[in-house]
Design a protein around this ligand. Structure first.
Ligand SMILES: [Zn+2]
Length: 269
């Protein structure tokens, strides 16, 4: 949680650990207290939710129990409250602040605990009829594969999320992984297999959406320069024209604050 100004500067950031209590009651309580404390300094409230949002309502959350149609109403504040998918919030922040809205068609995919995405078509946010346009994380890349929280088996996020990468490499953090990989061919091999799965889903996404720029966000983006060319080549070999230079791919710049900043911009989208 943070206060954000119109230029995207972050103030009074607070991080809350909800790993012990993921209930919507607890999360509502924490959010409401923060808003109350800073209500006089703000003009609106934006909330990024890891789930499907439609008409300012939480329709579905895969990894948290937040499906409460009255979520917004339960926040006692005089300020307007806007909800959006958290990956979409990050997309809006990168699109506006880093890329100055210069692309017509634009997408961001975040790699973290799961995989989320945000889409901008013709310069406008596109959420789809049900609010899940671009949900590449829950498309299947291995039929009958690993069981996902969403009910399907073999979802892309079960193979290409950062959680999965840390699981298969048995590393605690990404910096551990990249440090250890310099001297371990076994880790390098596992990472290459991970990039293979990642490129499979990203190539699917590009084939479907063919955007002007695809941005990769989330914690892995910090290490992007270590594998950019390999990933791009792996994607290119799965596309029709096999042209590496045609893969318009880059890594997000705003880091962990992207979702926060984008949520604050929701009032003006
Ligand atoms: Zn799934």
């Amino acid at each position: 949680m943070a206060l954000i100004d119109e230029k995207g500067k972050v103030y009074k950031k607070e991080i809350v650990d909800y790993s012990k209590d993921k209930s919507s009651d607890y999360i509502l309580k924490v959010i409401s207290e923060y808003i109350k404390k800073h209500e006089d300094e703000a003009s609106s409230v934006g909330i990024g939710v890891p789930g499907i949002i439609k008409n300012n309502k939480i329709v579905y959350t895969c990894n948290l129990a937040l499906e409460d149609p009255y979520f917004v109403r339960k926040i006692k504040t005089k300020l307007p409250v806007y909800l959006a998918n958290d990956a979409l919030c990050a997309t809006i922040a990168e699109y506006k602040l880093v890329d100055n809205c210069k692309y017509e068609n634009y997408a961001l995919i975040t790699l973290g605990t799961g995989i989320g995405s945000g889409l901008i078509f013709n310069g406008k946010v596109y959420e789809g009829k049900n609010g899940y346009a671009g949900e590449i994380g829950h498309t299947v890349i291995k039929k009958g594969g690993i069981q996902c929280n969403c009910g399907r088996k073999g979802c892309f996020e079960k193979y290409a999320s950062v959680s999965r990468l840390l699981e298969i490499t048995k590393c605690k953090t990404l910096s551990d992984l990249f440090t250890n990989m310099e001297t371990s061919s076994e880790l390098a091999k596992l990472f290459d297999e991970y990039l293979e799965d990642l490129s499979e889903g990203l190539a699917n996404f590009i084939m479907i959406n063919d955007v002007d720029m695809l941005v990769i966000g989330g914690s892995l983006a910090w290490f992007g320069d270590k594998f950019y060319y390999i990933l791009r080549a792996k994607i290119a070999e799965k596309l029709f024209n096999r042209e590496t230079n045609d893969v318009k791919l880059k890594f997000a710049k705003l880091g962990n604050n992207a979702g926060l900043i984008g949520a604050a911009f929701l009032a003006s989208v």
